[in-house]
Design a protein. Sequence first.
Length: 281
Amino acid sequence: MILVARHALRESLRRRIFAVVIALSIAFGALYAFGAHELFKDVSGFSDDSSGLDPKTLAGATILGLAMFGSLFLGAVLAVFLTAGAVRGDAESGTLQPLIVRPLSRRRYLAGRLLAASLVSAGYVAFAYLGAVLITGLIGDWWPSNVLGSLIRLSGAAVVISALALLGSVFLTATANGIAVLMVYGAGLLAGLLGEIGDAIPSHSLQRIADVASWTLPFEELYRDALRELVGSAHGVTGAIIKLGPLGGSHDAGPLLLPWAIAYVVLAVLLAGWAFMRRDV
């Protein structure tokens, strides 16, 4: 399993994926720092009014929430690149057959590919998120309520996306799988937005659609729960506004979310292994 993970990481280095990621990350960090500086400079002249609105908290939570969305999106793209062609892509290129002979089983091959993708995508999400937290704190003197809680949930969402991409690679070509996973990613976030609309109207139909989609695609629920951890201490008008969240509102999914996310990844890998065992390569 470790051998396969190492092989996948070396292949990514050969394709210069990490070089592109580093360059884009530097640009993302510079843009985020500039935006945070301008935002906090603009809100520094505001004063708390009778409504109880805290401009600094509102600004910090909003821009950091946007950074969380961007971090997860880039992590999802990384996960897709590392796993989209894990089975059919490698089989068609002829690199899979030598790797799945004994003593390396097909299940271990899949586990190794998932390990590589999860380490890279979740590690990148964690790095980008912590970088944004640090920039926000140093520039705006605002820190989130629960850094570790948001970090675990956001990184976990990247692992779930990696597992879905790995499962899709058994059935689809690399290009088709990459498109499918990114479309599923977008659909999950759209379902979260529909849930927020359903809560505001209120519409029980939209709320139910959002709930079903959130548990069917738990990366979306993990993202919304990470937003909740981000602003957990905010109350009053400020809390009500920022809990709507950028690109998806915060939501308390309860204590079953993390166990279900772990079980979801395990089930996805088991299904991928079962399908892989039945496929000729």
